[in-house]
Design a protein around this ligand. Structure first.
Ligand code: ZN
Length: 431
């Protein structure tokens, strides 16, 4: 068995391309699928019968992807090693009747998706992307990746106390982007999309559209040691998990586990959907893979009981200007390596046993690692880890990468941490 390639700065370069090409969860899973196919994975349909063959396989459903690699010698009760992540990020999403206007401007009606830092969406040049469903039922990805929209901030002259007292934004009144000038007619936006995409008038029957910053990801800092970009929460983990699974599959060795990537949609609003971590998707796919290899319910139970999931998501690096908001003895730093996330109240699923699994993977990969725990006075965030643990009874460890500006339209992380994470994930998936 050849050892999978060790990731370096080239991985971060590839992450930048992945972020730029993935303005929506639908694009993210399409780009993950493309990378998996290059590594020999093939797409399975959930409506077909599955066989027990070896090799790499994946299922796409909306903004979610589950991929797994069945190695030579895998048995029905062989446990899984899962990397979990989520494909969605907070943003502005188009309402069902989007055509608005005021004071001579054309505007688009949007809802706020997830816990967006609203101020970060102001005064940015924004594009529009997502998925459209045509009258014949086919789905198409759309991406207008040019300055099309903007949410203009009120001038300081008209909001004199904004710097001293803080910016107050009403989600309904203040966040509707403009997209030009002129008279507003019902159906304008969808007619525009049909024209841009070369579709016939009235062909689009449904849409899931969202707004993104068109600014490209970039290295930042004196020594280019930071990475600025959109949607790092949590496409950084989706990308690292995809790269790690592909590397393990390409090494094509005998493995003690079946390595899996599970990237879900809808984490930012609680994961309750048919493509979210609180839905049946992962459990269905794992069970079907056991049964396709001739397994019984007993084999399924044995496989699940021996399975471990590393749930990878972003966490907070210590902010240099707000040190007091963080725990005094846990100070995750950019480029300090992946973080182990702990919360005794099960906002994170990590326990001491999980810490040992993660530490062993990092040690094997030769990457540094750190721990994150909240300041007791600050509410702790959560992620798909506890949901995966509770829904499937799978031992789960919450990990990730420390970033600044979480949930901003443009986040910031260390340029080395993405490849440290990918190397740790390879070591974990190899077992
Ligand atoms: Zn996240």
């Amino acid at each position: 068995m050849t050892s999978p390639a060790r990731f370096d700065r080239g991985h971060t370069d590839d992450l930048m391309s992945f972020l730029a090409a993935s303005p929506s969860p639908y694009h993210a899973v399409a780009n993950a699928a493309e990378r998996l196919e290059k590594a020999g994975f093939r797409q399975l349909s959930e409506t077909d019968a599955w066989d027990g063959s070896t090799g790499g396989k994946f299922v796409l459903r909306g903004g979610a992807v589950i991929a797994w690699y069945v190695p030579e010698g895998a048995q029905a009760h062989t446990p899984f090693r899962i990397v979990g992540a989520h494909t969605d990020s907070p943003n502005l999403r188009v309402k069902p009747q989007p055509d608005l206007g005021s004071a001579g401007f054309r505007q688009i009606a949007v809802e706020i998706y997830g816990g967006a830092l609203l101020n970060s969406w102001l005064d940015r040049d924004l594009g529009l992307a997502g998925r459209v469903t045509l009258r014949d039922g086919t789905q198409h990805l759309v991406n207008i990746d040019r300055p099309l929209l903007r949410v203009p901030q009120l001038a300081v002259h008209l909001d004199r106390s904004v710097n001293s007292e803080g910016l107050k934004l009403d989600k309904q009144r203040h966040m509707q982007p403009i997209w030009g000038l002129g008279e507003v007619n019902e159906g304008d936006l969808i007619a525009f999309l049909e024209q841009e995409e070369g579709l016939g008038q009235g062909e689009i029957a449904g849409w899931d559209l969202m707004v993104h910053s068109v600014e490209a990801p970039a290295y930042l800092g004196r020594d280019h040691d930071l990475l600025a970009g959109p949607r790092m929460d949590n496409l950084l983990s989706v990308h690292a998990g995809t790269a790690a699974l592909a590397a393990v599959a390409l090494a094509a060795g005998e493995l003690p586990y079946i390595p899996v990537l599970a990237a879900f949609d809808h984490e930012e609003n609680g994961s309750q959907s048919d493509t979210g971590a609180d839905g049946p998707l992962l459990g269905n796919v794992l069970e079907r893979s056991v049964f396709a290899r001739g397994g019984t319910y007993e084999d399924r139970a044995r496989a699940f009981a021996g399975t471990t999931c590393l749930s990878s998501d972003t966490g907070h690096a210590v902010h240099p200007n707000y040190g007091e908001r963080h725990d005094p003895t846990h100070h995750p730093r950019a480029n300090g390596g992946p973080i182990l996330k702990v919360n005794v109240n099960q906002r994170y699923a990590t326990d001491g046993q999980g810490r040992a699994v993660f530490a062993a993977a990092c040690e094997k990969a030769g990457v540094p690692w750190q721990t994150f725990v909240s300041n007791n006075s600050m509410p702790c965030g959560t992620t798909i880890g506890p949901i995966t643990a509770a829904r499937h009874g799978i031992h789960t460890v919450d990990i990730g990468v420390a970033i600044l500006s979480m949930h901003s339209a443009r986040e910031l992380c260390g340029a080395e941490d993405p490849f440290h994470l990918a190397n740790a994930l390879v070591a974990f998936l190899e077992g």
